[in-house]
Design a protein around this ligand. Structure first.
Ligand code: C2E
Ligand code: CA
Ligand code: CA
Length: 763
């Protein structure tokens, strides 16, 4: 994804512009303000200066004017006049001339003293000290009060202000001396126009000013150029400046309009407009910033979503990894679920699925499928004698041989234990099946080499064919199983086709095999206990543990039946372990009630691995805590025809450990007395068959009598099985048979029921 153009630079530019503008505005406002203040200040000082200048000029003017008058007062003409008058000179003679000259002098002053062609003096008069005029060339005669004359005597000269109507008249008074004595005074009236001229030199109509010359006797209006319209409003804001004019009774008073009210560029309005102008500019900047902000937000969102996408892709990657890991482990699991771990062949379920697929295909092609159920004949023996790893070797090699002999399209599966299944599609006819089966048989005629041993095994093969024997995997497998069963029954190392007329017995056995596996895996087996009693006292001395199995499909299955089958398919080992453990556990518990002995039945098949069995027995006794001498191992005569040293030493070891041995079903088998001597048996159990007919059958009675006698001779206790009637019990007692077992005393009972019986028996 390409990056959007950055707005940062324009944003910065906008911010800088805003800052600069703000600074500029502040500066302008400050400058305007400062300028205004400065202007006000400078106007103020300018006006002050101006007013001061006016005052100075006026002061100077008065000074000069007074000096003129003073000079006049000592003029020769005036002096001569008063001399002449004092000398008593008459008007007609010299005094008249003197007066004429005097008048001329004064007139001359008025005419000649001018500034800018404006006469300074309006008129000049001369008075006697009593106020009578000597010379008065004015229309309005000047007068002087006594008070003024006195003041004049003290001051010699001063400026007199006299109100006249709206205005004033200004006069300079000067005392005149003759021979050091005051004799008269001069009065010179200053021209108001002259004063106005002096004070308006720098004024013009636009200056917005008003000037008055004030005194306590009245004011002289000089100038007014104030804006009359605004005068009223601005009155208060007018700048007023007062300046006393030195050496005079006057104060110059000036009013000036403030500069900003006159100047647009420094007016409040201008500042206001400037400030208002800042508003649109600020707004513009604000919107620019908003746009900029939106851009930034957008950009942030874009980069945020970029980040999210990145994180998402990381997530995705991890997820993909996880998924592929899972897929891999699922594959492994799937493989494990569908394949046998030892041989890598398809397992039972998977092979059945493959068979289903093959059936579907055959349906379309109208072809046949051959099923071969293969079982190694003496595999259990190999396993028992050479151990499991040797057994595993045989299984692996068997699977290799099978794989090597079939086509790619065929399936080789291991169903469990030493059972293999071949699925061979596209079977042409039964003839071909025969050939194939014979080939497989031949495969196993080759010897196996395991752990330095060479040995032979044969196989039994059951065959079934789709569609003639069934149209689904289950049925076809069952058929092949039954065919196999028939081979086993007929002496093994052969093959057989499924025959629908196979007897029910075989069908049932196949079912029992199947259901027994299920029963073991799902704990459907139970141990019952039948008491063994002392025939004389009737007391319970022990119990025989008997296995019970009630199947959901088959119902109650008698132990004789399933144990026989279990001996064939190897399940007997698991059944044996279960019986031993259960019985010992219960017996150990019951020791607190009575020191009873528990008899457990052992199949001859269990002794094929006699060392393993012994170890198992010891382990169970240790685990349950049952004393050795409370276990009675029941074996049948069939075991004892095996004369192997290993078995002998094992049985001897059992006895040495204090565990009891009993010979079961005595009289039904070989009944060779020699083995009775060889192994130290504790008890001999007379089979039920002989006890059953004791009362009626003479030969049975003599046989039982003989057995008991023989047992006595061998120091064996005798147990009579299957006592159902009191008569039988009595008869056996008479024959000196010690112990008995049978429905007369109790049927085999579940553990808790037996426990109750035992408690009752001991109370
Ligand atoms: P067994 O060892 O001879 O057991 C005695 C059988 O006689 C039992 O049959 C028992 O129920 C039955 N019985 C006892 N008293 C009477 C009676 O008064 N009348 C009649 N009619 N029968 C009586 P069960 O329990 O059916 O067992 C049959 C056989 O199955 C046993 O014969 C034994 O060989 C075998 N078996 C039972 N449990 C086990 C076991 O846990 N392991 C092995 N290996 N075999 C067992
Ligand atoms: Ca028994
Ligand atoms: Ca028996």
């Amino acid at each position: 994804m390409t990056k959007l153009p950055k707005f940062i630079s324009s944003k910065t530019a906008i911010i800088i512009a805003a800052v600069v503008l703000a600074a500029y505005l502040i500066l302008v406002l400050t400058v305007v303000n400062l300028g205004q203040n400065k202007l006000k200040e400078s106007q103020h000082s300018e006006l002050e200066l101006k007013v001061a200048h006016y005052a100075y000029a006026l002061s100077y003017f008065f000074d000069v004017s007074q000096d003129n008058i003073r000079v006049l007062s000592v003029d020769q003409t005036i002096n001569t006049f008063f001399h002449n008058r004092n000398a008593g000179m008459s008007m007609a003679y010299g005094l008249g001339t003197s007066l004429f000259k005097l008048k001329k002098l004064l007139k001359q002053l008025v005419v000649q003293r001018r500034i800018d062609n404006i006469p300074i003096f309006k008129q000049v008069s001369l008075f006697n000290l009593d106020g009578n005029a000597i010379v008065n060339n004015s229309d309005t005669p000047l007068t002087l009060t006594v008070k003024e004359i006195n003041k004049l005597r003290q001051k010699e000269r001063y400026i007199q202000v006299t109100p006249t109507g709206n205005t004033i008249s200004i006069r300079l008074l000067q005392l005149i001396y003759l021979n050091g004595e005051p004799i008269a005074y001069l009065v010179a009236e200053i021209s108001n126009a002259m004063i106005i001229q002096q004070l308006t030199a720098q004024e013009h109509l636009g200056s917005g000013s008003r000037i008055e010359l004030t005194s306590d006797r009245g004011n002289l209006f000089i100038w007014d150029s104030l804006n009359k319209a605004t005068n009223h409003h601005l009155n208060k804001q007018l700048l007023q400046l007062n300046q006393a004019i030195s050496m005079t009774p006057f104060t110059l008073r000036g009013w000036y309009e403030p500069v900003n009210n006159k100047d647009l560029f420094t007016s409040h309005w201008f500042v206001l407009v400037l400030s208002l102008m800042a508003i649109p500019v600020t707004l513009g900047l604000y919107f620019l910033l908003r746009i900029e902000h939106n851009n930034t937000v957008l950009q942030t969102q874009v980069s945020l979503s970029e980040l999210q996408q990145q994180q998402l892709s990381i997530h995705n990657y991890q997820l993909e990894k996880e998924v592929s890991k899972r897929k891999a482990s699922e594959k492994v699991l799937e493989y494990q679920a569908t394949h046998d771990s030892l041989t890598d062949l398809a397992n039972r379920n998977y092979s059945l699925k493959k068979l289903a697929d093959a059936i579907e295909l055959s349906k379309r092609h109208h072809s046949k499928i051959l099923l071969m159920f293969i079982d190694l004949d003496n595999f259990k023996h190999i396993n028992d004698t050479l151990g499991h790893s040797a057994g595993d070797q045989v299984l692996i090699e068997s699977s290799e041989r099978l794989l090597a002999s079939v086509r790619k399209t065929d399936t080789v599966a291991r169903l469990g234990g030493d059972e293999f299944l071949l699925i061979l599609p596209d079977l042409k006819n039964n003839q071909q099946a025969t050939v194939l089966a014979a080939d497989i048989l031949q495969l196993f005629e080759q010897p196996f080499h395991v752990q330095g041993h060479e040995f032979f095994t044969s196989t039994s093969i059951g065959l079934s064919i789709y569609p003639q024997d069934g149209d689904n995997p289950d049925t076809l497998l069952k058929c092949a199983d039954m065919a196999l069963y028939r081979v086993k029954d007929n002496g093994r190392n052969s093959f057989s086709f499924y025959n629908p007329i196979m007897n029910n017995n075989i069908l049932r056995n196949v079912s029992i095999n199947r259901r027994l596996r299920y029963a073991i895996e799902n704990n459907k087996l139970e141990m019952y206990y039948q008491p063994l009693v002392d025939l004389h006292s009737g007391k319970i001395l022990g119990a025989e543990a008997l296995m019970r199995w009630t199947d959901e499909e088959l119902g109650f299955v008698p132990p004789d039946e399933f144990i026989l089958l279990a001996e064939r398919n190897g399940l007997i080992h698991q059944l044996g372990d279960f019986a031993l453990t259960e019985a010992c556990q219960h017996a150990a518990k019951w020791q607190t009630i009575a020191p009873i002995q528990i008899a457990v039945n052992f199949s001859s098949v269990q002794f094929r691995d006699s060392h393993g069995l012994l170890a198992k027995i010891i382990a169970v006794l240790d685990a349950t805590g049952l004393p050795h001498d409370k276990l009675d191992v029941e074996v049948t005569e069939s075991l004892l025809i095996n004369q192997e040293d290993e078995l002998s030493s094992m049985l001897a070891e059992v006895r040495r450990l204090g565990i009891h041995l009993s010979i079961d079903d005595f009289g039904t088998g070989y009944s060779a007395l020699s083995y009775l001597q060889k192994y130290a048996f504790s008890k001999l159990k007379i089979d039920r068959a002989f006890v059953m007919n004791l009362a009626d059958n003479e030969s049975d009675r003599s046989l039982v009598t003989a057995i008991i006698a023989m047992a006595k001779a061998l120091k064996l206790k005798v147990v009579a099985e299957g006592i159902e009637e009191q008569l039988q019990a009595d008869f056996l007692k008479d024959l000196d048979c010690e112990y008995g077992q049978g429905y007369l005393f109790s049927r085999p009972l579940p553990a808790d029921a037996f426990e109750k019986l035992l408690i009752a028996d001991n109370s």
